[in-house]
Design a protein around this ligand. Structure first.
Ligand code: DQA
Length: 151
């Protein structure tokens, strides 16, 4: 059984109410419940947290290492485009992670085109609204199954 933690950045607590044309209609709680159900069916464990504060997100990455989390799924939200501190935290702990975005950041304003995370992520999923998280989790589960079955 692997432990996958989902870390969500600022304003994602407002999902469902916030700019639904970009971020969809579903609440964060609804999306996270779906992931926990899916992970449970596959024999894995999902935990999650959300913070609006950069230092709490850095601390959450450190804590993931303390908790021996196997993989992270990270939506840094606006910190995607600004946070060297969060990038450094992920490099420091070395936990493999998938970068996730609900919207297709490459198709939006120029300032959203650069990510401080994409080059150090295992994979990036962007543009499927709440399903971006499920696709990231599905990809991780498939990867683990391949690794387990390879000699
Ligand atoms: C986001 C995209 C970011 O540019 C934005 O600041 C967010 C959410 C997304 O999931 O599409 O807050 O990460």
């Amino acid at each position: 059984m692997s432990h996958i933690r989902i870390i969500n950045g600022p304003n994602l607590n407002l999902l469902g109410k916030r700019e639904p044309e970009h971020y969809g209609q579903r609440s964060l709680a609804d999306i996270m419940q779906q992931l926990q159900d899916f992970a449970g069916d596959c024999g894995h464990r999902v935990s999650h947290l959300q913070s609006n504060a950069e230092h709490e997100l850095v601390q959450a990455v450190h804590q993931a290492a303390e908790d021996k989390v196997d993989y992270l799924i990270v939506n840094p939200a606006a910190f995607t485009h600004t946070s060297i501190a969060l990038r450094d935290a992920l490099l420091a702990v070395g936990i493999p992670f998938v970068e996730v975005h609900l919207s297709n950041i490459a198709g939006r304003e120029d300032f959203r085109h650069h990510s401080y995370f994409s080059d150090i992520a295992m994979a990036v999923i962007s543009g499927f609204a709440g399903d971006s998280y499920l696709l990231a989790l599905q990809g991780l589960v498939n990867r683990m199954e391949i690794e387990e079955s390879s000699p």
